[in-house]
Structures are given as C-alpha cells and as structure tokens.
Design a protein around this ligand. Structure first.
Ligand SMILES: NC(=O)c1ccc[n+]([C@@H]2O[C@H](COP(=O)([O-])OP(=O)(O)OC[C@H]3O[C@@H](n4cnc5c(N)ncnc54)[C@H](OP(=O)(O)O)[C@@H]3O)[C@@H](O)[C@H]2O)c1
Length: 280
C-alpha cells in the first residue's frame, strides 16, 4: 500500500471536500463548520465551493471554518465558481469580489466558470486574466465543459491558461473517458471529478459492495481510489459526517491491484461510444 496525503502529486491537491448543499440552513451551520475544520486538521487543503451553493451560504460557512482552523491560508486551496449569468467581463470580477468577501479571503486558488453560458467565453477569460493580474485569483478553470467547449476555449486569447475542468465523473458515469479525459491530459489540463460517489448512489451498488468487500475496503473508498489511479484526476467528495470524512480519506491509502481494476471495468464498463457530457 502506498501512502499519499491529500495534497500531493499534482499542482492541485488530489483530494478535496465539496460543499454543495452546505450553507443552506442555519441549523446545520455548526456541523458543517466542524466538518470543514476537521478536514483541514486532517490535512485536506482543497475546498470546493461556488457562489451558487446556499446562495453564498457555503462560502460563509467556509469562512467560519477557516477562522477556526490551524492551517494558514497559504496552505489551503480554495476553489469557487462564478454563475454563467454573472460571467461577463465586469460581472465575473464583481462576482469574484463578492465571493472573496463572503470567504473572508484575499484570493482564490482557482476560480471556475460553473458551466457554459450566455456570455462569450473570451469575455470570461479576459476577466479571469484580469483577476489573476490583480492577485485576486491564482489560477482559473471551467466546469461542465464538453470536448467542443474545451477546443473552443483554448483558441480564445489566453484560453490555454485553463488549469482544470470540473466534470461529473465516477464509476457509474464514465463518458468523459471516451475522449475528453485524454484530450485534457494531452493539454496538461487536470480533471476535477465531482460527485465521485454519485451522490451516495454508488455506496448502494451491490456490484461495488462485493468488489470492495473482497479487498477489505468500503464502496466509497474503492470508488475514489479508482478515480485516483489517474494522477491528474482530483476528487472532491462532500460529507457532513466526520466518520464518513475519515472513511473517504482512506481512499488515499488504497491501491487497487490489476484484478480489482478488471472487476471494476467489468461491473462498470468503459464508454464504447461518444455521449454528450453528463452534468447535474
Ligand atoms: N461543478 C459542478 O457543476 C458540480 C456539481 C455537483 C457537485 N459539485 C461539487 O462536487 C462535490 C461533490 O459532489 P456531490 O456533493 O454532488 O456528490 P458526492 O460527493 O458524490 O456525494 C455526496 C453525498 O454522499 C454522501 N456521502 C459522502 N461520503 C459518504 C460515504 N463514505 N458513505 C455514504 N455516503 C456518503 C453525502 O452525505 P452526507 O453529507 O450526509 O454525509 C452526500 O449525500 C459537491 O459538494 C460540489 O462541491 C460540482
């Protein structure tokens, strides 16, 4: 078994925590803050959020957790996202400034366009580059971009500075493997796999339960260890339960052997044809 930490292997940490559905109810805030604080204490540095989550509430919860946490801001890797309808040249800058204010942060480590929208991508990229020059973001990327969107993006001025594409990717949703993943690999663009356990659907899969039980791991751990076999894939599971956080972190120390990988390919086949990018 190899030992990995949540923050090695690529320029971006390999393992982060998601925050969708956080910041929606004030009654849940203490548990959410405790979870994020515990994750940081366990070495998790990447926190994924968006202005959309809890209508800014998730960013506020993260700010409260960071205020509690022992890790210095420079050790964290905060990702947020701009709504497509805000992603004009000026709107992107204003949205980023609002996110920074809610997060109580001076900069974002990576700022993503949440999904392709009505504003020309060249305007959004221009704004991202402006924010970078101003020191308000360190890098930028996109989310829910299919191959054609990515191909168009890299032909726009400075479009080839895109650092990552955050997409729906898990054992039960492998469409990105047909062409997008290899294209991104060829262009040194990392892939952030969202919903890595299919919003907990995978932990109920009898096929995955059997494979995981054979190697003494849990289905969630196997699902994420499988994604992590690819060095440029980042996983960002979300949980509000400490025991599940501990369980999910176990994926970092799980190496899947050839027979387990073959069993996974048989239970969850690779795509045999191109399909439009799936998204939530
Ligand atoms: N860019 C995009 O468009 C986009 C879309 C979706 C998600 N995301 C990002 O990706 C993150 C992760 O995706 P996701 O939240 O959709 O799905 P996910 O991480 O695949 O699954 C989250 C769900 O699984 C449960 N869970 C977590 N660990 C578990 C475990 N070990 N055993 C059993 N259940 C477990 C959680 O419940 P509890 O919280 O109750 O533990 C939650 O209901 C999001 O939070 C968000 O940051 C981005």
């Amino acid at each position: 078994m190899t030992t990995r930490t949540p923050s090695t292997d690529t320029a971006m940490p390999r393992f982060g925590i998601g925050t969708w559905r956080m910041g929606e109810q004030s009654s849940a805030a203490q548990a959410e803050i405790a979870l994020i604080t515990a994750a940081i204490e366990r070495g998790v540095t990447l926190i994924d959020t968006a202005e959309m989550y809890g209508d800014g509430g998730a960013e506020r919860v993260i700010a409260r957790a960071i205020a509690n946490a022992p890790a210095a801001r420079e050790k964290l890797f905060i990702v947020s996202k701009v709504y497509p309808h805000n992603a004009s040249r000026n709107g992107t800058i204003a949205a980023c400034e609002r996110s920074l204010k809610r997060l109580g942060a001076d900069y974002l480590d990576c700022y993503l366009l949440h999904w392709p929208g009505e504003h020309p991508i060249a305007e959004t990229v221009h704004a991202f580059e402006t924010l970078k020059a101003q020191g308000k973001i360190r890098a930028w990327g996109v989310s829910n971009f299919d191959l054609a969107d990515m191909q168009q993006l890299i032909t726009t001025p400075n479009g080839n500075n895109v650092a990552t594409n955050q997409v729906l990717y898990n054992l039960s949703c492998r469409g990105v493997e047909f062409s997008l993943l290899s294209w991104q690999r060829d262009h040194a663009i990392s892939t952030m796999a969202y919903s890595p356990i299919a919003q907990a659907e995978l932990v109920k899969s009898s096929k995955l339960i059997a494979i995981a039980s054979d190697i003494g791991a849990t289905p969630a751990q196997v699902a994420m260890a499988w994604l992590l076999t690819q060095p440029d894939v980042i996983v960002i599971p979300k949980t509000t339960h400490l025991a599940r956080l501990e369980e999910n972190l176990g994926a970092l120390n799980l190496t899947l052997d050839a027979s387990t990988l073959a069993a996974l390919d048989s239970a969850f086949p690779k795509p045999s044809k191109r399909t439009p990018l799936a998204m939530l």
